[in-house]
Ligand binder design. Structure first.
Ligand code: HEC
Length: 163
């Protein structure tokens, strides 16, 4: 369950490192690393990974466009008050600015683990609980499907820089 870091937004990564440190994002592997870093080290590390080239090709074939994941990603589920993931994370999950991370080309196991963490309350670092509200409406099979969907979307270099 290790994310792609290459090409992610630097400000977003620096925030995540701070969140591992302040306990709003819990992860046994990352906590000791984050707590050993000063704020300047965290920023330097985030800048380093942000500048790495991203794997542009999609890793796996995408689930069907009308699979639960394809529908959640592109249309949302308005009967449950869930907007399309792409409305916040950008079309194809390429990421938008400092606040909305890329989901494209993230390993499915990582994306699924984040959604389960929000359900379980071990991750609660999302601004105004945006992701807690989304995750609370998803079933286990929705999570698997939407995670598979984004794992299969190509990453885009253009979207990783701050607008
Ligand atoms: C209303 C806006 C909004 C919608 C809709 C939304 N997200 Fe998010 N999402 C966010 C924000 C904001 C964050 C960053 C949280 C933080 O700062 O840690 C986030 C973070 C994430 C992350 C963590 C990524 C990482 O590397 O830290 C995942 C996974 C994720 N969202 C999946 C989804 C999926 C799947 C959907 C659709 C079912 C979705 N999101 C819909 C706003 C949204």
């Amino acid at each position: 369950m290790f994310p792609r870091l290459a090409g992610l937004n630097a400000a977003y990564m620096a925030k995540q490192l701070a969140d591992f440190n302040n306990g709003t994002r819990i992860n046994a592997a990352m906590q000791p690393i984050a707590s050993a870093l000063s704020p300047a080290d965290r920023q330097a590390m985030a800048d380093y990974y942000a500048a790495m080239p991203v794997p542009v090709a999609a890793a796996a074939p995408a689930p069907a466009a009308d699979s639960p994941g394809g529908l959640l990603a592109r249309r949302g589920r308005w009967s449950k008050g869930v907007p399309a993931c792409g409305q916040c994370h950008g079309p194809g999950g390429v990421g938008v600015g400092d606040a909305f991370p890329a989901l494209a080309a993230q390993p499915a196991a990582y994306t699924a683990a984040q959604l389960h963490a929000w359900q379980a309350g071990t991750r609660r670092n999302d601004p105004i609980e945006l992701m807690r509200h989304v995750a609370a409406q998803l079933s286990d099979s929705d999570i698997q499907s939407v995670a598979d969907w984004f794992a299969a979307q190509p990453a885009s270099l253009a979207a990783t820089t701050t607008p």
